[in-house]
Design a protein around this ligand. Structure first.
Ligand code: KET
Length: 422
């Protein structure tokens, strides 16, 4: 090689080209939900309160690792026969079987005749995404109807998966309840085959669920119109404290012999947020269809994340298969649900005691982790600025982030926001 022709280091160093190849990249906004925690973390105030993300906190304001989860982890650590080999593309078989039972019922005929395929995915979000990508490839109707409003990530997940997103009316701000007529009208106008996203229970962000009677009407309409239900089950056990009661809506749609999808998350009900444990089930007409569907779901997963992580799914499997541990889990789950319900009563009482104008009964009536307060964006901004209370701009507060100690501060903030007529 001719030394005179060696390329000088400076000629190739990035700095000599002036700008970055990414100079055109603009700063993206923070996520509307997870960004609340980012802002909260930056606030030095000692009275700051994070009611943004839906994550359970104890009465002391601390994150909670369930006792039963710690026990399961101990068993995992002590079991020297466990290895870290890759799981199959569809995940841990035992976890999938037990997750399907949890969702559809221990004696579900659909499971018995093998018309359900269940695959382990990356928590609720990953399960929704895999299900949506499968539908975008294989379902004849690529439109999905999501409730208005809904969890902020739904629209993005489905759009990026290749589905076209439309909304159906769900919440009526005037009554702070379900817009049942609007829902029925919008779904009856949906084209045949359209996918309908339904929150299995504890609708996020509104905390408003259909009654069982209303579910039955929704079911009839969906079946009559040949729509395809896709359930998002992120809060099983958190709505009522009972795992079976919170799965009723989904089970109604499986009992009629029809087809549906369900995305399950163990983030909230087992407190496994960061372990990213969830499952996607596709309930088909027959075992033969279910087996072909599973073969195609594997083709979605393999290039996306290859196969799912082993640790969290192993924790879940240990708890679900051991009767004693399962029972311990249900007790701990009920305690979390009950603490949230007691926060509802305490916040309601605190506002009443302050004579805060407005009807606050919805705080008691709403179901699940959140209260959809009805506070507007300006009121939320005021509460954050003046009281260091962090919540999503749509007025949603995570009741699980409250404690007896912080209720008075929140009530003061709400009272000020409402009475200052912002
Ligand atoms: N579905 C719904 C309805 C939902 O509220 C969440 C999370 C998820 C799915 C996804 O959870 P995962 O962690 O992927 O299993 N909601 C809370 C956290 C978040 O936004 O990521 C929230 O609304 O605060």
């Amino acid at each position: 090689m001719d030394p005179n022709h060696t390329i000088s280091a400076s000629a190739t160093s990035g700095s000599d080209f002036g700008g970055s190849v990414f100079d055109h990249v603009v700063q993206a906004p923070e996520d509307p939900i997870l960004g609340v925690t980012v802002a909260y973390n930056k606030d030095p105030s000692p009275v700051k309160l994070n009611l943004g993300v839906g994550a359970y906190r104890t009465e002391e304001g601390k994150p909670l690792v369930l006792n039963v989860v710690r026990r399961a982890e101990q068993l995992l650590v002590n079991d020297r026969s466990r290895v870290k080999e890759y799981l199959p593309i569809v995940g841990l078989a035992e976890f999938n079987k037990l997750s399907a039972k949890l969702m559809f019922g221990a004696d579900s005929p659909a499971i018995q005749v093998k018309r359900v395929t269940t695959v382990q995915c990356l928590s609720g979000t990953g399960s929704l995404r895999v299900g949506a990508e499968f539908l975008a490839r294989h379902h004849h109707q690529r439109t999905i109807y999501i409730p208005q409003p809904t969890w902020g990530n739904h629209g993005k997940i489905f759009t990026l998966a290749g589905l076209s997103v439309k909304t159906y009316r769900y919440y009526d701000p005037a009554t702070r309840g379900l817009n049942f007529q609007g829902l029925l009208e919008d779904l009856s106008l949906a084209p045949s085959g359209a996918i309908v996203l339904l929150h299995a229970c504890a609708h996020n962000p509104t905390g408003v669920d259909p009654t069982l009677q209303q579910w039955e009407q929704i079911r009839q309409l969906i079946r009559l119109k040949g729509l395809l239900p896709f359930f998002d089950s992120a809060y099983q056990g958190f709505a009522s404290g009972s795992l079976d009661a919170d799965a009723q809506s989904v089970r109604m749609f499986v009992a009629d012999g029809g087809e549906c999808l369900a995305a399950q998350s163990y983030a909230k009900n087992m407190g496994l947020y960061g372990e990213r444990v969830g499952a996607l089930s596709i309930v088909c007409k027959t075992a033969d269809v279910a087996s072909r569907v599973e073969s195609q779901v594997k083709l979605v997963i393999r290039p996306m994340f290859s196969n799912p992580p082993i640790h969290g799914a192993s924790i879940v499997a240990i708890i679900l298969k051991n009767r004693d541990m399962y029972n311990e889990w249900t007790v701990e789950l009920k305690a979390m649900a009950d603490r949230i319900i007691s926060m509802r009563q305490q916040l309601f009482d605190a506002l009443r005691a302050r004579g805060t104008p407005g009807d606050w009964n919805h705080i008691l009536k709403q179901i699940g982790m959140f209260t959809f307060t009805g506070l507007n964006t300006a009121q939320v901004a005021f509460m954050t600025k003046e009281y260091h209370v962090y919540m999503t701009s749509d007025g949603r507060i995570s009741m699980a982030g409250l404690s007896s100690k912080t209720v008075p501060h929140l009530a003061d903030a709400i009272h000020a926001a409402v009475t200052r007529a912002i």
